[in-house]
Design a protein around this ligand. Structure first.
Ligand code: PCA
Length: 334
C-alpha cells in the first residue's frame, strides 16, 4: 500500500490536479489506518434510539479523528434482532444494540424492567437501572460483553381496534408481543400471543396475524398504527430499555485514547437518550391523536385487572430470579 500510493499520486497529479489527488491519497491513508465497527441494531432509522446511536457513532468518529468508525446497520438488516446479542458475544460483530429484556430467558435479572407496574415513571426507571446495572455488568462480563449505555422506551400503552373497558375485553385477541414477559402477560389476559419484530408490525396487522399490541407511543406512531388500529389506552404499564453492548476483546484491542472516547460518547448517549425518550412520550402521543387514534385514559376496572396480572408476573419473577432478583429489588427500594 505504502509503495503504491506515491506512484498513483504522481500519475493522478498529472491528470486530475494536485489538490484532488492529495485528497484522494489522504482518504486512502485514513481508511487504511482506521478501524470500522459494524453495528447491528433492531429498529428502523426514524426510531429515536437509532437516531441517538447514529449521533453516538458520529461523536466517536469525531473524538477519534476518524480512527474508529462505527457503521450502524439498522432495522435488523445485518443480524435479526434475536441474533444480535449472540453476534456480539461470539465476536462476529464488535458492537450491537438489543432490547435488554430479550435476555430474560438467560437470567431473569435482564427482564426486571418489563414487569408490569413495577416502574411507571422515568425517575423510578432511572433508579431501577442503577439497581440493575451492576448485576447486568457481571452477567454480560461472563458472556464477553461490556454494557456501554442503556436507554428506555416511553411508557408502554395498549393499542386495539375497539375500546377496552376491562381485561375481559382482551380475551381471545391475537396479540403482538416482543418478549417472554409480554407473552406471559397476554396469556394471563386470555389473549393469543405472537412474537413480531418492529419492522414487521404493519404487515402483521394488515394480514390479520395480530389485532392488538402493547408498545410505546414511539413505536405506535412510527409504525403508522392509525392505518390498522383505532384506540390507544394510555396504561403506562412499564418502561423497558434497549442496551448497547461491546465485545470485550474488541474493546480491549482499542488503544487507551480510543477506549476513553467510546466511553465518553456512551455516557453522553445515555444522558441524551433518556431525555429524548421523555420528550417522545408527549410528541408521539400527539401524533397518534392527530392521525385519528382515540387516545383514552384507562378505566379503574381495566387498571385493577392489569395490576393483578402484573402482581402475578412479579411473584413468578421473584421465584425465578431468586437471590439476584431480591438484591435488585432491595437496591431499587432503598
Ligand atoms: N418498542 C419496541 C420495544 C418497546 C417499544 O416501545 C417494540 O415494540 O418492540
Amino acid at each position: 500500500m505504502n509503495s503504491f500510493i506515491p506512484t498513483h499520486y504522481s500519475k493522478m497529479a498529472k491528470s486530475v490536479g494536485a489538490a484532488t489527488a492529495l485528497l484522494l491519497a489522504s482518504a486512502i491513508y485514513t481508511s487504511a489506518s482506521a478501524e470500522t465497527w459494524d453495528m447491528p441494531t433492531p429498529y428502523p432509522d426514524a426510531t429515536f434510539h437509532t437516531v441517538n446511536i447514529n449521533q453516538f457513532a458520529e461523536d466517536v468518529a469525531k473524538a477519534t479523528n476518524g480512527a474508529l468508525e462505527i457503521k450502524v446497520h439498522s432495522a435488523g438488516s445485518l443480524f435479526k434482532h434475536p441474533e444480535i446479542s449472540k453476534a456480539v458475544r461470539g465476536g462476529q460483530v464488535p458492537i450491537g444494540e438489543f432490547f435488554l429484556s430479550l435476555l430474560n430467558n438467560e437470567n431473569p435479572a435482564f427482564g426486571v424492567d418489563s414487569i408490569p407496574f413495577l416502574v411507571t415513571s422515568y425517575d423510578d426507571a432511572a433508579r431501577l437501572w442503577s439497581a440493575q446495572k451492576p448485576v447486568i455488568e457481571k452477567l454480560l462480563d461472563a458472556q464477553n460483553m461490556i454494557p456501554l449505555f442503556s436507554v428506555p422506551w416511553p411508557p408502554q400503552g395498549l393499542y386495539t381496534k375497539k375500546p377496552i373497558a376491562s381485561v375481559d375485553d382482551l380475551k381471545g385477541l391475537k396479540f403482538r408481543t416482543y418478549n417472554a414477559t409480554l407473552e406471559q402477560f397476554a396469556n394471563l389476559a386470555g389473549a393469543a400471543p405472537t412474537q413480531v419484530e418492529v419492522p414487521d408490525i404493519p404487515q402483521a396487522f394488515s394480514t390479520g396475524r395480530v389485532e392488538a399490541m402493547i408498545t410505546s407511543p414511539s413505536t405506535g406512531a412510527n409504525s403508522k398504527s392509525w392505518d390498522y388500529l383505532s384506540h390507544y389506552t394510555d396504561i403506562q404499564a412499564w418502561i423497558p430499555k434497549n442496551i448497547v453492548v461491546v465485545n470485550k476483546r474488541a474493546f480491549r484491542k482499542l488503544d487507551d485514547a480510543t477506549r476513553d472516547a467510546v466511553l465518553a460518547a456512551a455516557a453522553q448517549a445515555e444522558k441524551r437518550g433518556w431525555q429524548m425518550s421523555r420528550e417522545e412520550t408527549d410528541t408521539k402521543t400527539a401524533i397518534l391523536r392527530d392521525n385519528g387514534i382515540t387516545v383514552v385514559e384507562p378505566s379503574a376496572e381495566l387498571l385493577d385487572g392489569l395490576r393483578a396480572i402484573g402482581a402475578t408476573i412479579l411473584e413468578q419473577w421473584k421465584k425465578d430470579a431468586g437471590d439476584t432478583g431480591a438484591a435488585i429489588l432491595k437496591a431499587y427500594q432503598q
